[in-house]
Design a protein around this ligand. Structure first.
Ligand code: ADP
Ligand code: MG
Length: 589
């Protein structure tokens, strides 16, 4: 490690867990990165408070062996993400160390103090200049491009360059390494700058250039309960709270595989190491159903497992969203998934406790809600300066203890997101997957989705709302039946209940592990929904309750089977016709 001239030096005067107090001389910046020296390694840390010659430092690593007097050097830089070609397919920890390379250098058990450059310095990229010598350039504007798999990766004027720059030299088309100059420019005061294909950005600040515009498109997921009942907007936000084991991680993995976006950023934050390792093993082999290419070619994974240092958890969330913002600036639609934001909030709570801040609800810091809001605000659609749009859709899993949604993290999240997909224990216990509970979930994007689908199915939004009402009524009748029994329930009520159950079974439930069932394209959702809706509108005359029950049970198993077969054979239209005919049958008594 080199020691820059403007580095500030200090020594540890107090240590409390991963919170250090460091006496220093000179001028320090809030959020600056510092390194604590321990023998021949250095531990990365961040300044979180400065007062009277003492800096409080949060260390991103296990802190054993740190002692009074341990030397510290402070840089003038904040915790940054390295941005450039080669991020896609990458697997990083919360500080953006590439995990595979770290494992190679330090063995399977990650050593402390090993920080490798996130992006490869040996790989070379075919660079094609776009901007010409003499052009006036501004932050975020395209200097040139390189091909990152099937994505055109724009090399942009670094986002920390705020003025007007005149290009004085551009590299010609050819192969370049990340540290090779690809353009030179002078600023308004005549100083010359040299730009490469890589730039850095402080992760805790939103990276944005261009105008924020309204969300207008729907992001389809292939899950009927989401796309039909609780749709998600591209550039919008949503959360998936649920108790342990309800299916949050399975749902996020589904979204990573099937969502209709260009690029996916997965942040595994504070989850069990075994689960994360499983994901890392599985992911490179999965095929993107939209392009038939390996999913890893469009995915960046950031992981901070529960066995890694807590402090880097906070960083992992910001690292993920910063990389998402970088690709948004190239005009891509990005989905960023965080699993789970509760573990991130716990990291905040631990730190706040050590700082002896006045605690808020459940000992979370008083600024918890504003941190959560600031995080979700980083989603959105941006109209780029050079034309075109990019978006970030943001999804956070929340894992409240005992599945109690009344706790601060869930509540603060609900206040800011555009859709709430609540997973319930009751549904996962009865294996109704995905366990998104239609009775508690909501989406502010229903009308937006409706505007898109009205042209295909007239009256779509109204139909969705009526089915939602049917589900609520069916649930109420179910509760009543639990008390009075089926005999005490009017036959018309029983029919409403049976319709609700049928819709749940045939439409809302999908098995994530069944390749035929896991993904349902929008066109098929529309047809199946329309068919079910027409069944709901049919006036039934049943002789008695038994007949009603038999009819719906038979119908739902026929619908499920035929729908399934249709998917398998690919002869969907033909099967759909058969499905329509199957509605009219005699119940064998
Ligand atoms: P969480 O992250 O909420 O703790 P997981 O996502 O790990 O829970 O899910 C726990 C288990 O539930 C999975 O291992 C799987 O067996 C089952 N499961 C969850 N979602 C589905 C689904 N959509 N289809 C089938 N099984 C599911
Ligand atoms: Mg999980």
């Amino acid at each position: 490690m080199t020691t820059g001239v403007d580095e500030v030096k200090g020594t540890v005067v107090r240590a409390f867990g991963n919170l250090l107090q460091v006496a220093f001389e000179g001028s320090l910046r809030q959020g600056a990165v510092g390194y604590v020296r321990l023998g021949d390694i250095e531990l990365k840390s961040e300044v979180i408070e400065i007062a009277g010659g003492i800096a409080k430092l949060q260390v991103y690593e296990q802190t054993h062996d740190i002692r009074l007097g341990s030397p510290v050097r402070f840089t003038q830089r904040l915790l940054e993400a390295e941005l450039g070609p080669g991020l896609l397919g990458g697997i990083f920890d919360g500080l953006q160390s590439p995990l595979e390379e770290v494992a190679q250098v330090s063995g399977v058990f990650m050593e402390r103090g090993v920080y490798l450059p996130p992006l490869s310095r040996t790989e070379r990229w075919e660079y094609v200049p776009v901007a010409h010598v003499g052009s006036l350039m501004h932050r975020g504007e395209t200097l040139g491009t390189t091909q990152e798999g099937r994505f055109t990766h724009r090399i942009m004027v670094p986002f920390d360059c705020y003025g007007t720059y005149k290009l004085t030299w551009v590299a010609s088309t050819g192969l370049y390494g990340l540290d090779d100059p690809i353009a030179k420019a002078t600023d308004s005061e005549g100083r010359e700058l040299t730009w490469t294909m890589v730039q850095r950005w402080p992760v805790k600040m939103a990276l944005q250039e261009g105008m924020r515009v309204k969300v207008e498109e729907v992001m389809s997921t292939g899950l009927r309960i989401i796309d039909t009942q609780f749709p998600i907007a591209r550039g919008g936000s949503f959360c998936t709270p649920g108790p342990f084991g309800a299916g949050k991680t399975v749902l996020q993995h589904h979204l990573a595989k099937y969502s209709d976006v260009d690029i996916v950023i997965v942040v595994a934050c504070g989850e069990r190491a075994g689960e994360v390792v499983e994901m890392l093993r599985e992911f490179p082999h999965l095929i993107d159903p939209h392009t038939n290419e390996p999913l890893s070619t469009r995915t960046v994974i950031i992981c901070n497992t529960s066995s890694m240092p807590v402090a880097a958890r906070e960083a992992s969330i910001y690292m993920g969203i910063t990389i998402a913002e970088y690709y948004r600036q190239m005009g891509y639609s990005v989905l960023a998934l965080a699993d789970s934001t509760s573990r991130w909030a716990q990291a905040l709570r631990e730190m706040s406790g050590r700082l002896e801040e006045i605690p808020g609800e459940e000992a979370f810091p008083a600024y918890l809600a504003s941190r959560i809001a600031a995080f979700y605000e980083r989603c959105g659609v941006i109209e780029l300066r050079g034309g075109g749009r990019g978006s970030i859709t943001l999804c956070g899993a929340v894992s409240p203890a005992g599945g109690n949604f009344e706790e601060p993290v869930t509540q603060a999240t609900l206040a800011v997101v555009g859709a709430f997909l609540g997973l319930s224990r009751a549904r996962s216990d009865s294996r109704r997957y995905p366990a998104v509970d239609p009775l508690i979930s909501w989406s502010k994007y229903i009308d937006l989705a409706g505007r898109h689908l009205e042209s295909k199915v007239e009256g779509w939004s109204g139909m969705v709302r009526r089915v939602q009402k049917l589900l609520i009524d069916a649930d109420e009748i179910r509760r009543r039946m639990e008390v009075v029994g089926e005999e005490g329930t009017p036959i018309n009520d029983l029919v409403v209940y049976l319709k609700g159950e049928m819709f749940d079974f045939v439409y809302l439930q999908q098995n994530a592990f069944d390749p035929q069932d896991a993904y349902c394209p929008m066109e098929r959702q529309l047809e199946l929904f329309r068919l079910l809706y027409s069944i709901f509108e049919t006036p039934f005359e049943f002789a008695d309750r038994d007949e009603a029950r038999s009819y719906f049970l038979e119908l739902q198993s026929r619908l499920k089977n035929m729908n399934y077969l249709a998917f398998k054979s690919g002869e969907y239209e033909q099967a759909m016709k058969q499905l329509e005919q199957t509605v009219h049958f005699e119940v064998a008594s």
